[in-house]
Design a protein around this ligand. Structure first.
Ligand code: ADP
Ligand code: MG
Length: 616
């Protein structure tokens, strides 16, 4: 038989390698920025057009390349950074594979201009799909400028796979931030479609974080510092009261590289135990310095996964270091747990079983306290439930859910302040009557027996379908605000807002502009109480960012889910008669009344037979 194994031509091999190194525009940004840093740049400019699909350009003032090096840099496994396998164990640079430029050049149109300190004149190389198109001498500043156009031009499948410009921009922003965060001694500029979105001057680590994440970070950061034989830990944690529902502001860097480590994340969370609610995540920016020989970054081409020699020790050190910081800066005792039953229902209460919950919340605390008066006349259609004290919080948590005792089946007391869900709307009264059980269920009779509706889930379903409809047909009713509300967002949050701007407008939100950190909200959907706008938007961004991580559902669906979850009546809310009826009618007018948008059962019917059995 004839020999059948052939060596792949270089351009094919490069394309295959590119598949690993370049997943999306953000990967190019990462590689180019890292090269600039390895080249000793003190100022780096990133220029993006159309989420990086049209242009990604990185300009640095580093050492530049000679003509020969410029040419060689596009060869696979050409690197100036290591020369022997031994060097792999003592990496001081970000790059070492010599694959990035070759890969990028294989799948895009690349234009490089570069000049070293000692040369008067620079080199310009244009290369498209691994083919050198031109090489010229050029007058160019010291340093290197690489522009990458038409990414994946020769791999249509990959190009089609790219997400919207806004989504790609968000990935790019993530990479940009991760790099900028470890190099406060380098000046960074980031332009998107002609406008500057980051301007980061040389500064101290703390200020760099503030510049990136917005001035609201200023009073949140608590320093962390510890030096042991195994590791030097530095950086910041966010005060526990700023723990968020979203994972987002959690950063580990090992030897100046951004890394992901669920294990070390766990160590941080463990240190915060008891100080934050279980469904929130602490923010942190932690820099670990370890002996380069004790860490292996070679596992994955995109290099965010690393292997430490002694993870267990690292875990223990990290945990105690953070505990120490929390204690030292007196963060622990000043904690205030905000638990607002209006906005915060434990969705997983079902799993909680019948154990008496440990009261670790300050029930009297109400995040809207200072605006309580504003809220009651804020045009929202929920009325706040009267804060009767912490017993109220137990309501609906189910610890007393002994359904067999007569006392647990009482109709909510008449004297309670009643919330109304729907005002001024006609209620179709085809149901005999309804009552509310434990501020959690709405109960009524139907032909076959007793109908029990889970008020929170049912309302989520109703709102979900309503919002989904509005987002797609753009018919949300907006309530104009008399005085525009000013809210502060960081760049990351702004990017998300821009991404979902159209959908938000469709359901009734109106913003004056989304280009500044301070955003003026001029209109909100009818459903949203004025005082809750900030919270709703924050959670929306958080939920959206979370949902985005799995990327499986459409933007409209994600938003409708997030909104319904944030705006639905909660377990613990008292509903007046009219609202109960409305809820029942609206639920059964839904396309899919049986399940909440989160796939939980919304109602059940207890048949006459079931009841009969109880009397046997
Ligand atoms: P690696 O970074 O792994 O070495 P790359 O393909 O990213 O591989 O780059 C190949 C080589 O090109 C680098 O080793 C470096 O010598 C040179 N190079 C790339 N970008 C720059 C830059 N911005 N300034 C100076 N030299 C660069
Ligand atoms: Mg590189």
């Amino acid at each position: 038989m004839a020999d059948i194994i052939k060596l792949l031509p270089d351009h094919v091999a490069n394309q295959i390698a590119a598949g690993e190194v370049v997943q999306r525009p953000a990967s190019v940004v990462k590689e180019l920025m890292e090269n600039a840093i390895d080249a000793g740049a003190t100022a780096i400019k990133l220029i993006i057009k159309d989420g990086g699909k049209t242009l990604i350009q990185v300009v640095d003032n580093g050492v530049g390349m000679t003509e020969t090096d410029a040419r060689l840099s596009f060869e696979r496994h050409a690197t100036s950074k290591i020369s022997s396998a031994q060097d792999l164990f003592n990496l001081q640079t970000k790059g070492f594979r010599g694959e990035a430029l070759a890969s990028i050049a294989a799948i895009a149109h690349v234009d490089m201009q570069t000049r070293t300190n000692v040369n008067e004149i620079g080199t310009q190389i244009k290369i498209e799909g691994s083919k050198i198109v031109s090489q010229d001498v050029v007058a160019t500043p010291k340093g290197t400028s690489i522009s990458v156009k038409n990414l994946f031009f020769n791999i249509p499948a990959r190009r089609n796979f790219l997400k919207s410009n806004q989504v790609e921009l968000r990935h790019i922003t993530d990479e940009f931030q991760r790099v900028a965060m470890v190099h406060p001694n380098i000046e960074f500029h980031f332009y998107n479609n002609g406008s500057e979105i980051f301007n980061l001057p040389i500064t101290k680590p703390r200020q760099r974080i503030v510049h990136i994440f917005g001035s609201k970070m200023e009073n949140r950061l608590v320093p962390v510092n510890e030096e042991t034989e195994v590791v030097k830990v530095s950086g910041f944690i966010c005060k526990p009261e700023f723990a968020k529902k979203s994972r987002g502001e959690q950063f580990f860097f090992a030897n100046n590289r951004f890394i992901k480590s669920p294990y070390l994340h766990h160590a941080v969370v463990a240190a915060f135990e008891g100080l934050i609610k279980s469904d929130t995540y602490p923010g942190y920016f932690l820099y670990l310095d370890v002996d380069p020989s004790s860490i292996d970054i070679n596992i994955h081409p995109t290099k965010t996964e690393v292997k430490f020699d002694d993870e267990n020790t690292l875990y223990a050190i990290l945990r105690s270091t953070i505990k120490h910081s929390l204690g030292q800066f007196n963060v622990a005792p000043v904690l205030d747990f905000d638990h607002d039953p209006n906005l915060d229902t434990p969705y997983s209460y079902k799993e909680k079983g019948a154990i008496i919950p440990k009261v670790t919340v300050d029930a009297a605390f109400n995040p809207f306290e200072e605006t309580a008066t504003q809220r009651s006349n804020g045009g929202g259609s929920f009325r706040k439930q009267s804060a009767k004290g912490w017993e109220d919080l137990y309501e609906g948590l189910g610890h007393q859910s002994d359904q067999n005792t007569f006392s647990s089946i009482v109709i909510e007391s008449e004297s309670e302040e009643q919330g109304t869900l729907y005002s001024g709307e006609e209620v179709e009264e085809h149901l005999a009557s309804t009552f509310q059980l434990r501020r959690k269920y709405v109960v009524s009779t139907v032909k076959s027996g007793m109908l029990v509706i889970h008020q929170n889930r049912a309302h989520e379903r109703v709102l979900f379908e309503k919002f989904l409809g509005e987002i797609t047909v753009k018919e949300g009713v907006s309530q104009q605000l008399l005085f525009p509300l000013e809210l502060t967002f960081n760049q990351q949050e702004l990017t998300v807002l821009k991404e979902i701007h159209e959908s938000l407008t469709n359901i009734g939100f109106a913003f004056q502009s989304l280009d500044e950190e301070t955003v003026k909200v001029t209109g909100v959907p009818m459903m949203v109480p004025e005082s809750g706008i900030g919270t709703v938007l924050d959670r929306l961004i958080a939920d959206y960012t979370e949902g985005f991580a799995d990327g499986s559902i459409s933007q409209a669906e994600m938003l409708a889910k997030a909104l319904s979850r944030n705006l639905a009546v909660k377990t613990g809310n008292v509903l007046d008669q009219e609202s109960q009826l409305m809820l029942v009618n609206n639920l059964f007018a839904c396309k899919e009344p049986t399940l909440s948008p989160f796939q939980k059962i919304t109602y059940t019917i207890i048949s006459e037979g079931d009841i009969d059995k109880k009397f046997n």
